[in-house]
Design a protein around this ligand. Structure first.
Ligand code: PLP
Ligand code: COI
Length: 343
C-alpha cells in the first residue's frame, strides 16, 4: 500500500503514504520566501547540521481535498490551516508564510495531483501535508536562518480502521502529551514523536488510542492522540478549554458551531475531570480532527474502570454532528458557514 508500485485502490485506502505526482517547495533565504515551485514528489536534501534534524525545528499542517457528488474538488477551511501554520511558526521562531499564498499553493498541489483525489463514493480524500522546517545548517541551539516549506499529498482512507464505528480508549496517567508553557498548541513535529510510545503500549493492551490528561494534576482531559476531545453531558457538549497545551482543532471549532447552530446544544469549554466520563450523565464521547473526522468512543478505560457508551453504537448527537460535518465538507449540504473553497 505504501509504495508507488502498488496499484491504487481508492475503495480500500488506509491512512498511509502513497506516492503522488508533484509537491510544492519554497525556500526562505536572506529574509524572504522565494516564489516556490511544483517539482516531482521525491527526496529533499538537507545538511546534517540542519536545525530541524538536530533540534527539531519543524512544524506541519494537515488538511484534505474532497470530491463532491458533482465531481468538483473542494478544501475545508484551508485558510485556518494557513493561520495555524503561522501560530506554530511563531512559537518556534520560524518566519510566517502569507496565508493567501498558502491557500493558492495548496490548490496548485491538489490540481497537479488531481488524479489521486479519491472518488466521492469511496469516502476517501487527498490528504495534504504542509511542512515547514529549519533547513539552515548550524550547531549552537538557535533558530535556523534558512527554512523550507514543502506541501505534499497522499490519498487516504479512515484514520482509525473502522472509521465511524468507534474506538476503545485508554486514559493515561503514565504519559502526558504537553505541559503548561510548552508547545502543545503548536503543530510541532516533536509533539508527535513523544506520543508514539504511549500509543504503541496502549495498542498492545488492545486500545485504539490514549486519552491524555493535563500534566499538572493528571486529572483533566487534554487530547486524544492527534485529535480533540468532546463529550455530551446533560445535553451539553463539553470540550477542554484552550490553555496553550491543546491544539486548536479546525474540526473541533466547526463541530462547536454545528452543535450550537444546527443541534441547539449548549457548548462549554472547561476543565473536564476524567472521572466525569465514568458518570451516568456523560452519555457520549468522541474525538475530532482532519484525519479522525468525528470518531465516536465505544469505551473508555482507566485502571480497571470501564465505561461502555451506548452499547458501542455511536450516540445520537455524535451521529448528527458527523452527518452535518461530512455532508457540508462534500457539499451535500449548503455551505452556510462559508467553510468550503473550490480548487
Ligand atoms: N489535536 C492534535 C494534537 C492534532 O494533531 C490534530 C490534528 O491536526 C487535532 C487535534 C485536530 O485538529 P484539526 O481538526 O485542525 O485537524
Ligand atoms: C490531522 O488530523 O491532520 C493530523 O495532523 C493528525 C495526524 C495524522 C498527525
Amino acid at each position: 500500500m505504501e509504495t508507488k508500485d502498488t496499484p491504487l485502490d481508492f475503495y480500500n485506502l488506509t491512512f498511509g503514504f502513497y506516492q503522488t505526482k508533484d509537491m510544492f517547495v519554497s525556500d526562505y533565504k536572506e529574509g524572504k520566501w522565494d516564489e516556490g515551485k511544483l517539482v516531482p514528489l521525491g527526496d529533499i536534501s538537507l545538511s546534517p547540521a540542519a536545525c530541524v534534524l538536530n533540534y527539531g525545528q519543524g512544524i506541519f499542517e494537515g488538511l484534505k481535498a474532497l470530491k463532491t457528488k458533482k465531481g468538483d474538488i473542494v478544501l475545508f477551511r484551508p485558510e485556518e490551516n494557513g493561520k495555524r501554520l503561522n501560530q506554530s511558526a511563531k512559537r518556534l521562531l520560524m518566519p510566517p508564510y502569507n496565508v493567501d499564498r498558502f491557500v493558492e499553493n495548496v490548490k496548485k498541489v491538489v490540481k497537479a495531483n488531481e488524479f489521486f483525489v479519491p472518488p466521492y463514493d469511496s469516502g476517501g480524500s487527498l490528504y495534504i501535508r504542509p511542512l515547514m522546517m529549519g533547513s539552515g545548517a548550524m550547531l549552537g541551539i538557535a533558530p535556523a536562518t534558512e527554512f523550507k516549506l514543502v506541501i505534499f499529498t497522499s490519498p487516504v482512507g479512515a484514520y482509525f480502521p473502522g472509521g465511524f464505528k468507534g474506538i476503545d480508549i485508554e486514559i493515561s496517567k503514565k504519559y502526558t502529551r504537553a505541559s503548561a508553557g510548552g508547545t502543545g498548541f503548536s503543530k510541532m513535529a516533536g509533539n508527535y514523536a513523544g506520543t508514539m510510545m504511549p500509543a504503541k503500549e496502549a495498542k498492545e493492551r488492545g486500545f485504539s488510542q490514549i486519552l491524555f490528561l493535563d500534566s499538572v494534576k493528571m486529572e483533566y482531559v487534554s487530547e486524544v492522540g492527534a485529535a480533540n476531545f468532546c463529550a455530551i453531558v446533560n445535553q451539553t457538549l463539553i470540550t477542554p478549554k484552550f490553555d496553550g497545551t491543546i491544539l486548536e482543532g479546525i474540526t473541533l471549532k466547526s463541530v462547536l458551531t454545528l452543535a450550537q447552530k444546527k443541534l441547539g446544544l449548549k457548548v462549554e469549554q472547561r476543565d473536564i475531570s476524567y472521572k466525569e466520563l465514568f458518570e451516568d450523565s456523560c452519555t457520549e464521547a468522541f474525538c475530532t480532527g482532519t484525519a479522525a473526522v468525528i470518531t465516536p468512543f465505544n469505551s473508555v478505560h482507566y485502571d480497571g474502570m470501564t465505561k461502555i457508551f451506548n452499547n458501542k453504537i455511536p450516540g445520537k448527537y455524535t451521529t448528527k454532528l458527523y452527518e452535518y460535518l461530512t455532508r457540508i465538507q462534500r457539499l451535500d449540504l449548503k455551505d452556510e458557514f462559508g467553510w468550503i473553497t473550490k480548487v
